[in-house]
Design a protein around this ligand. Structure first.
Ligand SMILES: N[C@@H](CCC(=O)N[C@@H](CS)C(=O)NCC(=O)O)C(=O)O
Ligand code: FES
Length: 122
């Protein structure tokens, strides 16, 4: 697929809009797919600060849905970015949550709610 400059720029802006960015199906409140729902649940369990988080609903934007796959070179949704770096989809995030890598990544990105950040610093 041809990724236009315009779409590439829109994706770049989205990725830069918050420390933690999720491209998903539906919204955090109303996920439209189990993989997106599970990913939102994992980020919530980690204690991601809502002010550090942005979600983009690919179901509302077919160009974003296809464009993000090309951009990330990753064939599926959801897709997580932390500090502008692509992390992965639901399986990757699930295994990183289990191993503790996700907590470390989010902590380093200062993306956790302040109390949880403090609890981890102590
Ligand atoms: N194993 C994937 C599960 C996600 C997945 O399979 N997503 C599919 C179904 S929601 C997808 O995005 N298909 C392409 C599309 O719907 O555009 C992961 O780890 O994220
Ligand atoms: S929408 Fe069917 S598996 Fe995600």
């Amino acid at each position: 697929m041809f990724l236009s400059t315009e779409i590439r720029k829109a994706i770049q802006d989205a990725i830069e809009s918050a420390p933690v960015v999720l491209f998903m199906k539906g919204t955090p409140e109303f996920p439209k797919c189990g993989f997106s729902r599970a990913t939102i649940g994992l980020l919530g369990n980690q204690g991601v600060d809502p002010v550090k988080f942005a979600a983009y609903n690919v179901l509302e934007d077919p160009e974003l849905r296809e464009g993000i796959k090309e951009f990330s070179e990753w064939p599926t949704i959801p897709q997580l970015y932390v500090n502008k770096e692509f992390v992965g989809g639901c399986d990757v995030i699930t295994s990183m949550a289990r191993s503790g890598e996700l907590a470390d990544l989010l902590e380093e990105a200062h993306a956790l709610v302040p109390e949880e950040q403090e609890a981890k610093d102590n």
